[in-house]
Write a protein that binds this ligand. Sequence first.
Ligand code: PEP
Length: 254
Amino acid sequence: MRKNIVAGNWKMNLDYEQGLSLFSEIVNMVKDEVVGNQEVVVCSPAIHLSSLAKLSTAKVAVGAQNIHQAASGAYTGEISASQVKSVGASYVILGHSERRAYFGETDALLAEKVDAALAHGLKPIFCIGETKEERESGEFFAVIKTQLEQGLFHLSADAFQAVVLAYEPVWAIGTGLTATPAQAQDVHAFIRQTLVEKYGQEIAENTTILYGGSCNPSNANELFSQTDIDGGLIGGASLKSRDFLEIVKVFNSK
Ligand code: PEP
């Protein structure tokens, strides 16, 4: 049975005290809301990870927003998978559209980062999604398939099982525009079918596929009630504890 996950992406927001205080609030608020096969993940700036991990629980994990692909070495300013793991984080977001757009991250590079994460026991939250132009031209299914093939499909079936996917239409991230529940479900079903073809029915059914893109307490309900949407990757709304809690609650009633 696949896991349901609500993950927050704090991006480059919150200083140390603000991060600690928001995380403590989240741990406290969600403790009675997260049950069974459900998990909350907070992906913070790397500088907070060590402190947040000390406060993390079986229900609220922490994750990074990026790692370098190399195990160690002369890469000034970078952070490795083993360093992230060593401070107690268990997830890492890879392939976020902001990293693809502003830092030139390609599918080939992301495939290396996925390997680095898995080699050190970090679970990738691997983001895929089309731009506005790709949506409008109708080529979005092909774009998403290529991102899956080039970023992930070198993995064995065994290795793939640690991966969480996040469908994030680029045009919906931080814009206030959200995919309609039907648009999101169509793509999630397409992703799952693509996984069936590559890894078989069982693995496809067990893979968690999150939706991300301007999710908030008002639209979460309809999105999360779709069959193939197993949770959310939440940007802006994860910075407000009440909104984040509302989303977790909606999701957990699925
Ligand atoms: C994100 O950055 O992954 C995201 C989904 O952001 P927002 O919720 O702000 O659109």
